[in-house]
Design a protein around this ligand. Sequence first.
Ligand SMILES: CC(C)(COP(=O)(O)OP(=O)(O)OC[C@H]1O[C@@H](n2cnc3c(N)ncnc32)[C@H](O)[C@@H]1OP(=O)(O)O)[C@@H](O)C(=O)NCCC(=O)NCCS
Length: 155
Amino acid sequence: MRIQIIPMTIERLPQVAALEQACFPADPWSEGVFREALANPRVSVLLALGEDGGLLGYAVLSVMLDEGNLDNIAVAPQARRQGVADALLSALTGFGRGHLAALTLEVRASNAPAIALYGKHGFAAVGRRKNYYSAPREDAILMTLEFEHGITTAG
Ligand SMILES: CC(C)(COP(=O)(O)OP(=O)(O)OC[C@H]1O[C@@H](n2cnc3c(N)ncnc32)[C@H](O)[C@@H]1OP(=O)(O)O)[C@@H](O)C(=O)NCCC(=O)NCCS
């Protein structure tokens, strides 16, 4: 499948919020949260589109100094296991390799597909936050990917 990765634009807001609802029905981010992410210069929202321009998935990265946090990633149920999340994460880790010291994330302890995805892209489990999630209550696994080079500053 050919997958195009592009920055999110405001016109995609309803589609992204609908996909979020489908992927995280118990506790979805609202449209307002995505709107704020779009307006925040520290946050990047990437979309994965199929050949017909349809939305396949998205990923949200926030950056503080030289550390990035993967805040969210999801792929439409009918588009899973075809490399969409791989394409999104490759774009983010490529950016990280050039600009960041590390990428971090939290993931539900029972989310085996996501943990496998992050492991494939070089993330290592570095800790656990007890009862971090609600609905249902569950621990988070903290994962980190460190890069050799941190941010470079001019002058
Ligand atoms: C996790 C998720 C984003 C993976 O998306 P995807 O597009 O299906 O993943 P890909 O096809 O790119 O797979 C990449 C790698 O992820 C892992 N993976 C993905 N789905 C998996 C599954 N069901 N079981 C085991 N490993 C899986 C594998 O390592 C896979 O590499 P491989 O194909 O070489 O084995 C998707 O299942 C999803 O949206 N889940 C619901 C939302 C969610 O849990 N997000 C993460 C929150 S922390």
